[in-house]
Structures are given as C-alpha cells and as structure tokens.
Design a protein around this ligand. Sequence first.
Ligand code: PLP
Length: 213
Amino acid sequence: MRVYLDNNATTIVDPYVKAEMDPFFVEKYGNPNSLHAFAGETHLPLKTAMEKIYAGIDAPKEDSVVITSCATESNNWVLKSVYFEYILTGRKNHIIVSEVEHPSIIATAKFMESQGCKVTYLPINHEGIIEAQSVRESITDKTALVSVMWANNETGAIFPVEEIGEICAEKGVLFHTDGVQAIGKIPVSVKSFYVDYLTFSAHKFHGPKGVGG
Ligand SMILES: Cc1ncc(COP(=O)(O)O)c(C=O)c1O
C-alpha cells in the first residue's frame, strides 16, 4: 500500500470538488461574462463559488478576492504592487519579510532589493517563528510592507500574525500574510485581525491545481 504524507506540498483533489467542477469542462463552458445563453449557465455557478471563498476565509463583501493561477503568482502580485506604488515612486524604500518565507516571496524581495529597495529578513527563534517584537523594532517611517507567512510549510510552526497585524495597523504599514499553509488546517478569518493581503492556493486544501488568490 502506498501512503501519501506530503499534504503541505500538494493534496489530492477531493472527489466532491471534482464532481462540482466536472460540468464546466465540456457541458457548460461559456465565458461567464458574455451576453448569451452559454454564459447564463456559468455566471451563477461562478458567483456561488466566489461566495464560498468569501465565506471560507470569513471575508467581508467589501474585500476583494482576486483569483490567480497559484500562490506564487499571488505573492508576486502583492510585493510587486507595493514596489510599483510605494518604492518606485519614492514614497517608501523598505519592506520586512521573514528569512523562512516561501521562495516566491524571497525571490521577489531579492528582485526589489536589486531595484534599490531595502529588505529586512527577520530570523526565526528556537520555536521556528519570528517574534512580533522584532517586527516592531524593524519598522521605520520608510517601511511600506511587512510580509510574513501564517504557517510554515516545513515545520508547521504558526506565526503570531494577529500580533504582527496589530503592530502594522498601529504603525500605518501594509501587512501581507501568506496563508497557504494555514487554510484548511486552522480557522482562518480575515475579519478577526488586521491584514491587508492574504494569499492562498487551492491545491493545498484539496482543490484543483492552477487556482490561487
Ligand atoms: C508557504 C507557501 N507559500 C507559497 C507556496 C506556493 O504555492 P503555489 O504552489 O500555489 O504557487 C507554497 C507552496 O509550497 C507554500 O508552501
């Protein structure tokens, strides 16, 4: 018997999810935003699916869930949008990440560094997490963003995102958390703490590959 023990890398698509998706490959394939009958078959199911995502992360309606191809893309979008809006325009010149972020964050932070942005890579402590106090001490009036994973993909250590979010709110700094390894494992409610951006990836919680946000 083969035993699969690598759910942090990727998960099997839940048969229920597969059954829900099946009609939309061949039977119902219209662009949901078109103005003909084929679109009528997909428009409502797409809306229902989006409502399930909002409910799944307890996001208020005013929030904006943007679907991407994966969390790597989402993480790139978050950091690069901050780069274009704050760093390139000279409004700010600094971001903070942990040194154990996923390569999609570290590589993008390195890109920003190569473009003149200062990056602080916070070390983890003996419990495998960064301490909220070290975030507080690293923030300057030039800090645009703090980006810290919620749960670590290798150790499962859970970072103090609520506390870090509070510090960011107090200091007026944007806060992003890579929630890829948290969703499906611990309750995730974006209403319950301060966070500007949360990224996720469906294939980590029994959804299809190629869908993130
Ligand atoms: C913490 C974390 N962030 C981001 C990613 C990237 O996810 P994706 O495969 O959707 O690009 C992973 C995947 O291993 C991850 O563990």
